[in-house]
Design a protein around this ligand. Structure first.
Ligand code: TRP
Length: 372
């Protein structure tokens, strides 16, 4: 992967907070992540990964090449994978909350289509796991209001949100996210740069829990960030690919819709196609997309096209994307026929998550001396 055009995965609302990267120790996290990758290859069985998404709609190619394929890679290497569908993180978004079940099902569909295997991995909604949510209370006792106030990602999200008031849930969601991670004692969290402050808080909570309530036994591990560099894919309008900007190619889009979206994508007026992310971001992003789908470099794709112009480039991109996504889309269509199966996958995942959370909560109660 070409590191000249990378951003960290999951770089969501917080991506614009890039200047804080050094403060948050991104380069240290990157170096540590390389070591972790080595350890994973040697002994995947010692890792448990927790990762997840907000159920806000269908996943797109930016998500896919940014984070989703990495999860399947880890699963297939033999790492135990927990995927949380963070339904409590979208309660304040009215458009989503009004039709939550459909949004949740769309996520399950996308997960199954890309190869998350419910026989090996656990897909669950945190709203269905009471003991996970109960962890929130002792965890809240371990953080100060000013610490929450300082969280750069929350600050950023609040400043970008369309809501007039900040709810308590929004303010405290990083603590809830710590519960998502710690209930299953995950020791590895694949994150983007914007999520690093949350992971740092999770580590702080794990440490303070031990100091305050530990009585010698370690209940929670100190989870580590697996920071992977992911390609920066632009949307069809040349800005960051994002559902809310209507510039995304979703995994679920059909062949014709994909062709139409790519046909309308922004390019530039130079006929010779070259890969130069700094001066030709739109053309380069299209080349990168084709390259990711073809398993080649963007330079190679550019050389194939030469002076044939933007129309030829778009034809190549469309064919590459449609070919690459064909099996994923076929699986998505197949699973989509069977809603009962989706519910079953979720029910089984929730049940498993509840068993794990109940066991953890029992340990927490014992550590806190609150077994009545
Ligand atoms: N906040 C994450 C996002 O917006 C989703 C999420 C919820 C998550 N809980 C998590 C990610 C725990 C990692 C770990 O993408």
């Amino acid at each position: 992967m070409n590191s000249a055009v990378t951003q960290t995965e999951d770089a969501g609302a917080g991506a614009s907070a890039a200047p804080t990267a050094e403060v948050l120790g991104t380069s240290a996290a990157q170096a540590r992540s390389a070591v972790l990758e080595e350890l994973i290859r040697k002994d995947p069985g010692q890792f448990r990964v927790l990762t997840g998404d907000r159920p806000t709609g269908r996943l797109h190619l930016g998500h896919f090449f940014g984070t989703l394929h990495n999860r399947v890679r880890l699963q297939d290497l033999g790492v135990e994978l927990f995927v949380v569908i963070a339904d409590y993180q979208v309660l304040t978004d009215r458009d989503v909350a009004d039709d939550l079940i459909r949004h949740v099902e769309e996520l399950v569909l996308d997960y199954l289509a890309i190869g998350v295997d419910p026989a090996r991995s656990t897909i669950f909604t945190h709203g269905a796991v009471p003991a996970l949510n109960q962890l929130m209370l002792p965890f809240l006792s371990l953080v100060s209001v000013s610490e929450l106030n300082r969280n750069p990602t929350v600050k950023d999200e609040i400043s970008h949100s369309r809501q007039s008031a900040v709810s308590g849930l929004m303010f405290t969601y990083p603590v809830h996210q710590a519960a998502d991670i710690l209930f299953c004692k995950a020791n590895l969290v694949p994150v983007g740069q914007d999520q690093l402050p949350h992971l740092e808080l999770t580590r702080t909570i794990a440490r303070r829990f031990h100091d305050r309530y530990g009585s010698g036994t370690v209940v929670f591990p100190q989870p580590e960030a697996l920071l992977s560099s992911a390609p920066l894919l632009l949307g069809t309008d040349g800005t960051k690919m994002s559902k809310s900007r209507n510039n995304a190619i979703t995994l679920a889009a059909d062949v014709d819709e994909t062709a139409r979206l790519i046909k309308g994508a922004k390019t530039d007026s130079e006929r010779h196609i070259s890969y130069d992310p700094a001066t030709r971001p739109e053309v380069s992003s299209l080349l990168l997309l084709a390259a990711l789908c073809q398993g080649r470099t963007p330079e190679q794709v550019a050389a194939d096209i030469g002076s044939a112009g933007a129309a030829a480039l778009k034809k190549v991109v469309t064919e590459s994307v449609n070919e690459y996504l064909a099996p994923i889309r076929a699986r998505r269509a197949e699973y989509g026929q069977d809603r009962a199966h989706l519910r079953d996958v979720l029910r089984a995942g929730n049940e498993r998550a509840r068993a794990v959370a109940d066991a953890t909560l029992a340990e927490v109660r014992a550590a806190m001396n609150t077994c009545y």
